[in-house]
Write a protein that binds this ligand. Structure first.
Ligand SMILES: *[C@@H]1O[C@H](CO)[C@@H](O)[C@H](O)[C@H]1NC(C)=O
Ligand SMILES: *[C@@H]1O[C@H](CO)[C@@H](O)[C@H](O)[C@H]1NC(C)=O
Ligand SMILES: *[C@@H]1O[C@H](CO)[C@@H](O)[C@H](O)[C@H]1NC(C)=O
Ligand SMILES: *[C@@H]1O[C@H](CO)[C@@H](O)[C@H](O)[C@H]1NC(C)=O
Ligand SMILES: *[C@@H]1O[C@H](CO)[C@@H](O)[C@H](O)[C@H]1NC(C)=O
Ligand SMILES: CC(=O)N[C@H]1CO[C@H](CO)[C@@H](O)[C@@H]1O
Length: 410
């Protein structure tokens, strides 16, 4: 080849190279730090399985050493993704997973046959992960909501997005829809910041908790709307320094610490702060529930600036929580109990849908101590009805106007 021809060929290759991203071909991304799943074979027609492409894009981004690789799920397309496991650690100090389009799960539970039935989109051991975008993550869960769906999950709960062993993770802006079971699980993480999410599923979809936190430290949930068939937020064992604020909750089962201690384990839950939550039509508002078989503690809990609109149990501490075959049962008497102490209820207003607005059902073996009430005004949501409180083995104090007057032992 002479020099002239070489130049022409070179220029042609250069032009092709510049044009190819716009032509949507499968050559490398224009930006070396962005990893668009379309460039790894994802079709996005809503019916072909794009899981492999997602994994390839993730693996490429995760092994990139540059400062900030980003996996991109492009807009205006629907990607069918089977259960996938995005594993870390990654080489870069931070990595972004940006969802602009829709990701949908297989509609049939059968797709999990032979796979880990606890997860759909799982991230593990990733540091500095940001999952963001204006997209939608649709679990297409209705096939799971009948009692004996396809495969029976006994000890696992399927989680749409599972974050495990993560460090400094941000999850924001996305819309989670119709999870088969739990929408988001934060497990064994340190430093997770949830912001501006919308999480929705029908009121009658079973076990579709919004966000579940377990074995984690330093978690914040802010500016988020959650309406599902189970807890808006549930806080499990081995958790500390959890802040939940500016959340709209309903329909659903409220914000729950627990249930805890079922296996007779020594519970450790500490420093939980729930504020600025609006509950609408939920079965519970601020709730702590523990099994009599448990040991250990729940301490340093604040529920403040909450507003209730027709909530069935606005305030409830239940240390006698037992379930048999999913039905609330009477508990066998035990010498054990999870010690619940230093719990503050401040500035709570609104309406109760039942006559008992405050329930403090504490253990006769391990009483609740340091339960404080300040500025509470709860009314019935039925005109002409009044509300009351019921208490057993609950010790603490009352400051300012508290209605109904909790029957607490001072
Ligand atoms: C919240 O998320 C929506 C939808 O993704 C987005 O349009 C909006 O800008 C976000 N708001 C903030 C304050 O980031
Ligand atoms: C949680 O955050 C606090 C304050 O920023 C920090 O001191 C602590 O080490 C963090 N927890 C863990 C497990 O790193
Ligand atoms: C939670 O809020 C408290 C009080 O506003 C603050 O001191 C603490 O650092 C926050 N914790 C986290 C994990 O953000
Ligand atoms: C406390 O819970 C037990 C067990 O479910 C129940 O039998 C009892 O009626 C409850 N007491 C109050 C005061 O709600
Ligand atoms: C009271 O709350 C219940 C349960 O949420 C609801 O069905 C009922 O319509 C409410 N009543 C009023 C008057 O809002
Ligand atoms: C701690 C925190 O991030 N708080 C923010 C939560 O969201 C509200 C409303 O969007 C902000 O005003 C808070 O500053």
């Amino acid at each position: 080849m002479n020099a002239m021809l070489m130049q022409v060929v070179f220029a042609f290759v250069l032009v092709l190279g510049l044009l190819s991203p716009d032509l949507g071909s499968s050559t490398a991304d224009a930006n070396p730090n962005s990893f668009d799943v379309s460039n790894y074979g994802a079709v996005g027609d809503g019916s072909r399985d794009d899981s492999d492409a997602f994994l390839k894009a993730w693996n490429a981004a995760c092994s990139k050493e540059t400062d900030h690789p980003t996996v991109i799920v492009p807009g205006s397309k629907t990607f069918l993704v089977h259960p996938v496991f995005f594993k870390g650690p990654c080489k870069a100090t931070s990595i972004t997973f940006q969802v602009l389009g829709r990701i949908i799960a297989p509609a049939s539970p059968q797709a999990w046959k032979g796979l880990d039935p606890s997860q759909w989109l799982a991230f593990k051991s990733v540091k500095g992960l940001e999952i963001t975008g204006s997209g939608i993550i649709n679990g297409q869960g209705s096939g799971w909501w009948t009692r004996h769906a396809g495969i029976i999950l006994t000890c696992h709960e399927l989680q749409t997005m599972k974050l495990c062993s993560c460090e400094e993770t941000t999850l924001r802006d996305l819309h989670f829809l119709d999870s088969p079971q739990m929408h988001i699980a934060i497990l064994g993480c340190n430093g997770v910041h949830v912001k501006n999410l919308t999480i929705t599923a029908p009121e009658l979809s079973p076990n579709t908790d919004g966000i579940h936190i377990q074995s984690s430290d330093n978690v914040t949930i802010n500016d988020t709307v959650i309406g599902t068939g189970d807890d808006c937020v549930s806080i499990g064992d081995l958790t500390s320094n959890i802040n939940v604020s500016y959340v709209r909750c309903g329909p659903g089962h409220g914000i729950s610490i627990g249930s805890l201690g079922k296996e007779g384990n020594s519970v450790q839950v500490e420093n939980i702060h729930v504020s600025k939550v609006d509950f609408k039509g939920t079965t519970n508002g601020a709730r702590i529930k523990t099994w009599p078989t448990g040991r250990g503690y729940v301490k340093g809990v604040t529920f403040e600036h909450l507003y209730f609109n027709s909530v069935q149990n606005p305030i409830i501490i239940d240390q006698n929580y037992c379930l048999e075959d999913d039905v609330r049962g009477a508990c066998a008497k035990t010498q054990t109990g999870v010690h619940i102490s230093d719990v503050q209820f401040n500035n709570l207003f609104g309406t109760s849908a039942t006559d008992v607005a405050i329930t403090l059902n504490c253990s006769s073996s391990v009483a609740c101590t340091g339960i404080f009430f300040k500025s509470i005004q709860l009314k019935s949501n039925k005109t002409g009805s009044t509300v009351t409180s019921t208490c057993s083995n609950a010790h603490g104090n009352i400051f300012g106007v508290v209605k109904p007057n909790p029957c607490i032992q001072i």
